[in-house]
Design a protein around this ligand. Structure first.
Ligand code: EPZ
Length: 420
């Protein structure tokens, strides 16, 4: 297995181009199941999760050709509606094929996505909503078996919790359903917005895009004339690189980014003392004169994103004082704490609240990645630590960060990929 070796203490400089958003690309790839015609999706991040979902579509009988950051997908050749365990278990977002397969074919079997390191991650809300739209759903030998022989019918769905992929699944199911579907308490993440905008441009009338109440007027089984898609920039990758600049006391610029997609993150960085300038497609961060401690409570968009929680914990290690981070979305998203302690961090955990005592002098260490965003937090700490850090199990990182060592290396970090 690969690991990353980092010599810490280096200033960074220059600029980095932000890749397309993994969490926008995944539902957009799944939406190709709804298309009447082959579609092209560009600005794809070249990361493992994208390859996994394309492999799943291939397994269903669809055909695709992936050329760097662009994929052409033709789902007219799909001849199976079973999303198999050995693909789904490697990426739980495979559940995003459930809504489209069911609404297009009237039946499908999708392996239950396991939980993952950060929590149980149930899909009860997805299933409850599909049942409300007329589907018969049962769980058999680890698979969700869904039937809707006469198609899905529009309904009013009230999500008890805001769920990103739950909203995306139901938006896609409603796109081909008969009649109107209203989703109350819908997720408003930019990735959900892009999916709605793409479907809206494909002839599915959707009202309330960007709000927490969506009204989708289904095509009653008519496949959609879909146009080519360009994936929006990755706001979490962008936030991660801003933290790389912040934690190394550097001035760096991010290009091809949408600043308003990470407003909560920018506000927290400014509160911590980091000067920021941005225009409509770039953000520049400069060193803080003094890094102030921070209080963070993760919440759904537009609140502070849970996917940036680990990265800010690493940054908070350098703050002059005590920071508090409360994780409200996932029940087990503090695995990075024990690894950060290996750098010398002083972090106390009480339930879903972490108290970070700063400033801490960080010393390089061997550490182990546990999940995608925790891995990036360990890389950040390694960039700031004195000496050598080896981050192991970086297959987690490769799921969601494109060319991370090339991008950081180009900014001046001393980082290389090694083989165990
Ligand atoms: C999406 O996951 C993202 N993944 C996650 O990013 C992100 O952390 C998460 O949203 C929250 O923003 C993708 O978009 C592919 P949820 P998702 O359903 O949709 C509970 C990354 O690092 N819930 O919004 O799976 C759930 O347990 C990944 O890129 C139910 O109880 O998250 C959680 O506590 C990690 N029942 C909360 O809702 C359900 O049926 C939010 O989960 C569904 C969710």
């Amino acid at each position: 297995m690969d690991y990353l070796q980092i010599e810490g203490g280096n200033r960074l400089s220059g600029s980095v181009r932000i890749s397309g958003a993994k969490n926008a690309a995944l539902p957009l790839i799944a939406s190709s199941i709804l298309a009447k015609n082959p579609i092209s999706i560009s600005n794809l991040p070249n990361v493992k999760d994208i390859q996994t979902l394309l492999r799943l579509l291939d397994n269903l009988g669809a055909s695709y050709s992936l050329d760097g950051n662009r994929v052409d997908i033709d789902t007219s050749t799909i001849d199976s509606t079973t999303a198999v365990y050995d693909i789904v278990r490697t990426m739980r977002a495979s559940i995003l094929v459930l809504g489209p397969l069911l609404s297009r074919f009237g039946h499908c079997e999708v392996s239950l996505p396991g939980g993952c390191a950060i929590g149980q991650r149930p899909i009860d809300l997805h299933l409850k909503a599909l049942k409300q739209m007329g589907a018969q759903i049962s769980i058999r030998s680890g698979y969700v078996v869904a039937q809707a022989p006469s198609g899905l019918k529009g309904s009013t769905i009230i999500f008890d919790k805001v769920t990103v992929t739950g909203t995306e699944n139901i938006v896609m199911a409603a796109a081909l359903a008969r009649g109107k579907t209203t989703i109350v308490n819908a997720a408003k993440e930019p990735e959900v917005v892009q999916l709605c905008e793409v479907l809206n441009r494909s002839g599915v009338q959707i009202e309330g895009i960007g709000s927490d109440e969506l009204v989708i007027h289904g095509s009653d089984g008519e496949l959609l004339p879909m146009e080519d898609i360009e994936v929006i920039p990755d706001r979490i990758e962008a936030g991660t690189y801003l933290c790389a600049g912040a934690i190394t006391g550097s001035k760096i610029t991010l290009r091809e980014v949408i600043p308003q997609h990470l407003e909560a993150v920018l506000l927290k960085l400014m509160q911590m003392g980091f000067p920021l300038q941005s225009d409509d497609s770039s953000i520049t961060i400069e060193p803080a004169k003094r890094i102030e401690p921070v209080e963070i409570v993760t919440s759904e968009y537009p609140g502070f994103p849970t996917d940036m929680q680990a990265q800010f914990m690493s940054l908070a290690l350098l703050a002059e004082g005590t920071s508090i981070i409360e994780e409200r979305l996932f029940e087990n998203r503090f695995m990075h704490v024990s690894e950060l302690r290996r750098f010398g961090a002083d972090i106390q955990l009480k339930g879903n609240i972490a108290t970070i005592i700063g400033p801490t002098k960080l010393f390089g260490a061997d550490v182990m990645a546990t999940d995608l965003r925790a891995s990036s937090a360990l890389v950040l700490a390694g960039l700031a630590a004195q000496g050598t850090t080896n981050v192991h199990r970086i297959y987690h990182l490769d799921r969601g960060y494109e060319k991370i060592e090339e991008k950081l290396g180009a900014l001046g970090a001393k980082i290389k990929r090694m083989r165990e």
